[in-house]
Design a binder for this molecule. Sequence first.
Ligand SMILES: *Cc1c(COP(=O)(O)O)cnc(C)c1O
Length: 376
Amino acid sequence: MKHYPLLTIDHEALRSNMETVIGWCDKAGIGVAGVIKGSTGMTSVALDYESCGAKWIASSRLEQLKRAREAGVKLPLMMIRVPMISELEEMAELCGYSLQSSMDTLDALERVLAAKDMKHSVILMADLGDLREGIFERTEFVRTAKHIEDELPHVLLAGIGTNLGCVGSVVPTKEKMETLAGLAEAVEDTIGRPLEIVSGGATSSLMPVIDGVIPHKINNLRIGALVLCGPLEDYRTCYGREEADVLSDEVFTLEAEVIEAGVKPTHPVGELGVNAFGERAKYVDRGNRKRVLLAIGRADYGDIGDIVPMLEGAEVTMASGDHTIMDIEDSGKELKVGDKVKFKLKYTAILRLTASENVYKEHQKGRKQNGSQQEQ
Ligand SMILES: *Cc1c(COP(=O)(O)O)cnc(C)c1O
């Protein structure tokens, strides 16, 4: 008997998405770091990325990278959230590469590495306006690169990178990519040798790759979201590029069970205060409508906008921590208690559902590896 709520991972679709993205990048001379944090570091996702030709496995969490290594990932590991000083020792033991943006952390890393007589490669991050990690001032950036090169013998300056389209929503335009390429040349002039890596960003930086305008100098991207979600959130993952239409948006799907079915009013009845989350919600009175109550809630997936019913005409209208209400009036379908309903998932829902202990996971391995397996 299957358990619900059930998150299904279609590994064939996942590998097909990754192979397509790696194909685009290959043509532009770009190596891909497969980012696993969106799936809470699912080890099977890391192994799929490795088998598809990713050159690194990357995450923002050391715990996830450690599990990937233990599961048999052979590729170099890349820590892509600039590390805490308190985790440098563990990071040095585990990862060959990390993103960095603070002189203090780099100096501390040198001491950790010197004590262990080890080396570690870093990618120095430039903030090109998105305002998350990275050095903002150009002269300070070049000075920090020079400091690593000349003063930190155990820290190897593998390259430079940037991150866009994140907290500041800055679009990775051709111009931003050219700024990064220019910065790489300035660093190379200063240190007197070529850099191994110029890392142009995340999924959002695939846009200039698809458009064929990415500078040759950029030879690395760190990709997660588009491979996991496909074009479902097209303005977040691929800015509406139709080239992404070949990708599957059903790598991760969710099934929830109906625990109540029937007709109810659409506007609450009584004096209205706040909902379960302390929010003053707005309700549209659409009269009495057919709806189902599902045994899944915001504790599992976060926000109702991040789950998309696959039943045409159905709409998720309200949810508490453990309950979701779906209006099925316009679907023309009858549902009863015990039936299951299916959803496509946006990035944040995948992030949360993969992390939830209350959601069962089923891995469909595809034709090559037979069968499927269910686990909690
Ligand atoms: C999350 C992250 C990525 C991957 O982003 P996606 O949008 O999932 O492709 C790349 N680089 C850094 C620094 C990140 O934090």
